[in-house]
Ligand binder design. Sequence first.
Ligand code: AMP
Ligand code: ZN
Length: 139
Amino acid sequence: MADTDCIFCKIIAGEIPSFKLYEDERTFAMMDINPFNDGHCLVITKAHAVNLLDADAADLAAVLPTVQKVARAVETALEPEGINIIQANDPAAGQTVFHYHCHVFPRLLNDGALLNWGHTPGDMARVEEIYNRIMAEMN
Ligand code: AMP
Ligand code: ZN
């Protein structure tokens, strides 16, 4: 179901232009128009969903093969030094467009993207406490 106020729904409907890379029954891939590095692409669900938490599981299952297809094309065409697959849920996580999308995010060594957090040894009691809280919600 499309959301009439949603820019990505408008792109899927062809009402707004895009650099379309691919589409199938459930997914759509295009260039990000504000690329961090060359080859920055987006894979989105055709059905409107605000983000991962809201999306249909079958749509999500269809996303990863499309992500792989796009990432392989980026890899072959541009030979970046690495590729992150990134997906933001809610503003604190950096989400700015509220229609599910996955970034295919080419990386270069020392490109300065603030995505790599260091590994600080964890407090295992705290990890276990948090684990138990999440496990209680798993189904
Ligand atoms: P996020 O911040 O994770 O919600 O990512 C949203 C992404 O959508 C940003 O990287 C934007 O550059 C990108 N974006 C916004 N509008 C468009 C558009 N019309 N076509 C392609 N990409 C867009
Ligand atoms: Zn939408």
